[in-house]
Ligand binder design. Structure first.
Ligand code: NAP
Length: 280
């Protein structure tokens, strides 16, 4: 089966839209997402434009604050502080990557954890790792929702995650542990990658290497979630060789049209959750 991320994301956006409509009717308030965009890196501009468009479609107001790439770190930190204290703002997102004079660590730490819609602030990371309520990074959250649409009870399943980034691999591992999976995280220094992947009932690939996962790396009973977005010539491909695997697997996400649309829908979900928790 091919998991249709576009359809699932559209369903999730519809749920979010309806909930915002209902809240608006009740208290005449709606969530706000404020995005800081630094520099003129084209993919970042496209992502931010998409986030703004998707926000508006579900009833989240969205501001974009733009800075030139030479902006001083202090100026951005002052702005974050101002946004943290603004009662009308539900969520703050600083689009990554950042220019080299700006410390990613300082920026992530500066965002109020209650408005940290990316879930990158160490308070949220720690809460997730501790099994407490937290804001969860959008991509792994989207992956989990896709997996759970397909398989409700993950208890006892063996999950293998390729990649250990703060953005994807690590929070994915925490989420699947919370679901009572047995979790293996593999990375570039892992010996016998294929052998580890073959143990997976659930395989999540978040690597950035085109078509790394081959047909003989996965059991036919596995669910395969492909986070990778890789440009090969004029095509976008995932980390999993989709064509080789798709006909002999329990379920698989395509690239594009799998995890990507869920990521942005989960950003809207996180913004709504922040709004409900602190502004109503
Ligand atoms: P990242 O920070 O570069 O991390 C990649 C991870 O993969 C690292 O842990 C690395 O191991 C591991 N790795 C690299 N080459 C490997 C290999 N040959 N074998 C095994 N492991 C290997 O990347 P990321 O930010 O997590 O992103 C991963 C992919 O997801 C990229 O293609 C990115 O574009 C995509 N992405 C998609 C979405 C979406 O919405 N669909 C969102 C974010 C990212 P080490 O730790 O040992 O270096």
């Amino acid at each position: 089966m091919i998991i249709d991320g576009k359809k699932e994301a559209a369903n999730l956006r519809e749920e979010i839209k309806n909930e915002i409509l209902e809240i608006k009717k009740r208290i005449n308030k709606n969530p706000n997402l404020t995005v800081i965009l630094i520099g003129d890196f084209t993919p970042s501009q496209i992502y931010v434009r998409n986030k703004e468009k998707n926000s508006k479609e579900v009833g989240i107001t969205s501001n974009i604050i733009k800075y030139p790439k030479e902006v001083k770190e202090k100026e951005v930190l002052n702005k974050i502080n101002e946004l943290n204290n603004d009662k009308n703002i539900s969520g703050i997102l600083v689009q990554l990557p950042l220019p080299e004079q700006i410390s990613k660590e300082k920026i992530i730490n500066a965002i109020d954890p209650k408005k940290d819609v990316d879930g990158f602030n160490p308070i949220n990371v720690g809460n997730l790792a501790s099994g407490y309520k937290s804001i969860v990074p959008c991509t792994p959250l989207g992956c989990l929702l896709l997996i759970k649409k397909f398989e409700k009870n993950l208890s006892g399943k063996h999950a293998v995650i390729i990649g250990r980034s703060n953005l994807n691999g690590k929070p994915m591992a925490q989420l699947l542990l919370k679901e009572n999976c047995t979790v293996t995280v593999v990375h570039s220094k892992t010996n016998n990658l294929q052998e580890e992947c073959l143990k997976a009932d659930i395989l999540v690939a978040a690597v950035g290497v085109p078509n790394l996962v081959k047909k003989d790396w996965v059991k036919s009973s596995a669910i395969v979630i492909d986070v990778g977005i890789n440009k090969v010539g004029d095509k976008i491909v995932g980390d999993v060789n989709f064509e080789e695997i798709k006909d002999n697997i329990k379920a698989i996400t395509p690239v594009p049209g799998g995890v990507g649309p869920m990521t942005i829908a989960c950003l809207l979900k996180n913004t709504l959750e922040c709004f409900k928790a602190h502004q109503i």
